[in-house]
Ligand binder design. Sequence first.
Ligand code: MF3
Ligand code: CO
Length: 279
Amino acid sequence: MITCKGRSEILRMERATRVVQEVLAECVAACQPGVSTEEIDRIAAEGIRSRGAKAAFPGYRGYPKTICVSVNEEVVHGIPSARRKLREGDIVGLDLGAIVDGYYGDAARTALVGAVPEKVRTLVVETRRALSAGVEAVRVGGRVGDIGAAVEAVAREHGFGVVREFVGHGIGTALHEEPQVPNYGPAGKGEPIREGMTLAIEPMFNLGTAKVRVGPDGWTVTTLDGRPSAHWEHTVVATASGPVVLGFGRYTADGVVPGAPDESEYPDAAAPLAGGAVA
Ligand code: MF3
Ligand code: CO
C-alpha cells in the first residue's frame, strides 16, 4: 500500500533527512586520498548519533555498517572497510539513512577525490542532474513513471548505462515502501502522484554497460565491465505547490531554494490510499 503523509509525519521525515544531508556533507569532505572507507563510516555513525538520530542501515537485512561507500566500479551497497583506502581520482558513492521519531530519511551523493578524469566527472555531474530532473517530475497529478522517464532522458543524452536491478522507492515509517521508482521507463505510466507522497529517487548511471552483479560479500554491487558508476539520491515529498527535497529545500526553475519550506505547504492530514498495490 502507498501511504501519503501529513504535516507532522513530513516534518519528522524532514528532520531525519536533514540529519542525513548534514552528515553526508561531512562524509564528502572526508573523501581524501589515504582515508579508509571505514573512517567514513565512523564519521557517519558519530554524525548521526550526535544529532540525536538513529542510523537506518545497520541490521537492515543484515547490513553490517552505517553508510554504504561505493568506490569507482562499485554501484551501490559497498561495505566500509579499514583495508579500502581512497586514492586520488576515485569517485565515491555515499549512501546514508537515518530515523527520527520513527520516520526515515535516505539520501546519497557521489564525491570526487582530487582530480578525476573528465569523462568520469561528467558521469557524476550528469547523474546529479538526472536526480534534479527526477525531482522536478514529482508533480501532483503526474505519475511515478514521469520520474523514471525524466531520469532516463539525461542518461540517453550521454549513452550512460542505467542500472535496472535497483530502483528508488517510497519511504516513511520504513526505509522501503511502495511504490518502486525505476530510473527508466515511459512517462504517463505507474501510480498517480498524490499530495504527501514521499519518494526516494536514486539514479545509478554507469559509464559503460548497464549490467551489474552482486559481489561475494553478498552486498557490493559492481558494474560487469568494471567501468565507473555514480549514484545520487534525494527523499522528496509531493506538495500542491511542487516537489520539496527533504532536508534540502524546494526545487524551482533556478535550482534549490535552501531551507525547509513553510509548514503550511505540507498537507494537513495523512490520507491512506485505497488501491495502491503495485506488482
Ligand atoms: N539507500 C539505499 C536504498 O535505498 C541503501 C539501503 S541498503 C542498506 O536502498 F542495507 F544498506 F540499508
Ligand atoms: Co534509497
